[in-house]
Write a protein that binds this ligand. Structure first.
Ligand code: CMP
Length: 502
């Protein structure tokens, strides 16, 4: 050693001591580790190799002050980390594993190594003259950012440790998380997540934090035996005790079904078309549980068929929709509209062909209770025949609000004033119940009036009557905004002019 120290620069004295220690620990750990676990010594070996290379580099270029400091840091860290890693292996993988009932969980091994590396990092920083505490305290913002970004990671780490301490499952156990949302065999638990291999051979990674909150079914605890069941519906004609016997017989000798505890049957419910029975049996291979269920179902089928016990189909009455001819439906619709038009006294005088023409060109509209159909002052010109329902005619008051002037029902019509004169709507009309209304447009009416000009006199009289009523309502409510309308004679003239009737 003295000869070596004389040969190497004085500053490399600590490395010359650390390298043999690291090498010795590595050799001891490697030789004591079980053969399968020997690859865990790779990290320590790699670090030692890096430390040696860095030491040699220092010996060559170490006099350069720009290179010396980083090389000191690197060498010290690599050699100390190698020593630390070998010690972790010796303690956890050799000493603890030999004395504990089960191997040390990977999460503990990973965490111990991480803590050792962190401590080595801090010591190394000190050795090159950097105070680690000062780095953390220099920036409160940096600390906050690091703290926030590590929130989830730390949560997972703590949950992982808690899971390992409580040990709700081990690697190799069959588990179901959150009522079957995730199910499979646990393959690994590390510091962040737990890996589960599903029966479809898909790996699912579950963060430890979510596992710590979830309900976990462990099918490997307290033993690998768990109960499964198959439900089958059998005819009402079959006596239950015969069915029980047949089902028990069916479950016997199925590969995967345990003889003890033996299978059992319970009558589950009286369904629409069958009595439902539940056949229960135990298996000790949860991973192949679905295959066992399938084999049991096959046997149930044969056993019931042998005993002439029927698995009935659900009984349903199927109603075939009758093909409705669109033309026939339209004809029925027009006939209904025509009848509604004939029921309006004002239009009853029209000959059947005119009523039919109006019915063909009208349109059915539906309004819910409370819906506005017309607003006072609107410039629309359709007339409405009430096929079904009830409406109220309202006039707005200057003081706000409105006054009802009339209630119209099936067989009445409204909107004729604007239709015949082209004036703005004289009142508002609102549905008070569900209404089916027949809307007749100005153009449809024009062709009818051209053929039957005598209807105009009749219409003029109705208009006059309604207008007088509106005037009276306005006066009663002292509604100054309300404008008294034209009188009958003038109305008839206006209707003729509006419809261009000579
Ligand atoms: P129109 O002015 O086009 O729009 C509002 C409708 O309310 C009006 O036609 C008439 O059909 C109707 N109407 C107005 N006053 C009365 C009333 N006194 N009685 C019945 N209906 C009316």
């Amino acid at each position: 050693m003295d000869a070596l120290l004389r040969f190497l620069p004085r500053e490399l004295a600590s490395e010359v001591v650390a390298i043999p220690i690291a090498l010795a620990l590595l050799v001891v750990a490697f030789s004591l580790l079980p053969t399968k676990a020997r690859r865990r010594a790779r990290q320590a070996a790699a670090l030692l190799g890096l430390g040696v290379v860095a030491t040699l580099l220092r010996a060559v270029v170490g006099r350069d002050p720009a290179l010396n400091r980083p090389l000191v840091f690197f060498t010290t860290f690599a050699l100390l980390a190698s020593i630390g890693r070998s010690l972790v292996l010796l303690v956890l993988d050799v000493v603890v594993d030999r004395h504990a009932a089960r191997p040390t969980p990977k999460i503990f091994r990973d965490l111990s190594t991480a803590i050792v590396y962190m401590l080595v990092g801090l010591v190394t920083l000190r050795s090159v003259g950097v105070e680690p505490g000062s780095i953390l305290t220099t920036s409160a913002l940096l600390t906050a950012v690091v703290g926030l970004s590590l929130q989830d990671t730390l949560g997972n780490l703590v949950s992982g440790l808690a899971l390992q301490m409580q040990r709700p499952f081990d690697v190799g156990d069959w588990i179901e998380v959150d009522g079957g949302k995730h199910a499979g065999r646990v393959t690994e638990v590390n510091w962040r997540a737990t890996s589960v291999m599903t029966i479809d051979d898909v790996e699912v990674i579950l963060p430890n934090a979510s596992l710590a909150r979830a309900a976990i079914h462990n099918y490997s605890r307290p033993s690998t035996i768990s109960r499964r069941n198959v439900v089958v519906g059998v005819s009402y004609a079959a006596p239950p005790d015969r069915v029980h016997r047949a089902l028990l017989d069916a479950a016997r000798d199925v590969v995967g079904v345990l003889a003890t505890p033996g299978p059992s049957v319970r009558t589950l419910s009286f369904g629409d078309s069958a009595i439902h029975y539940q056949l229960l049996y135990h298996t000790n291979d949860h991973g192949h549980g679905l295959d066992v269920d399938g084999r049991v179902r096959d046997r149930v089928y044969y056993a019931l068929a042998r005993d002439r016990l029927e698995i009935p189909f659900p009984i349903r009455t199927i109603v075939q929709p009758q093909g409705v001819d669109p033309a026939a439906r339209r004809a029925a619709e027009i006939a209904r509209h025509e009848a509604a038009i004939a029921g309006v006294s004002l239009l009853a005088a029209l000959p059947p062909d005119s009523r039919r023409a109006l019915a063909e060109r009208s349109e059915l509209r539906m309004y819910g209770p409370g819906e506005a159909i017309l607003r006072k002052g609107d410039r629309s010109t359709e007339m409405f025949v009430i096929e079904e329902g009830e409406v109220s005619v309202e006039v707005p008051l200057g003081t706000g609000g409105s006054a009802d002037v009339a209630t119209l029902k099936q067989g009445d019509c409204f909107g004729e004033m604007a239709l015949l004169t082209g004036d703005p709507r004289s009142a508002a009309v609102r549905a008070t119940t569900l209404c089916h209304l027949l809307a007749i447009g100005h153009v449809a009416f024009q062709s009818v009036l051209c053929a039957h000009p005598e209807v105009v006199d009749e219409l003029g009289r109705l208009l006059d009557e309604r207008q007088a009523h509106l005037d009276a309502a306005a006066e009663a409510h002292n509604n100054t905004e309300f404008d008294a309308g034209p009188r009958s004679i003038r109305l008839i003239g206006r209707i003729r002019a509006f419809f261009k009737l000579g």
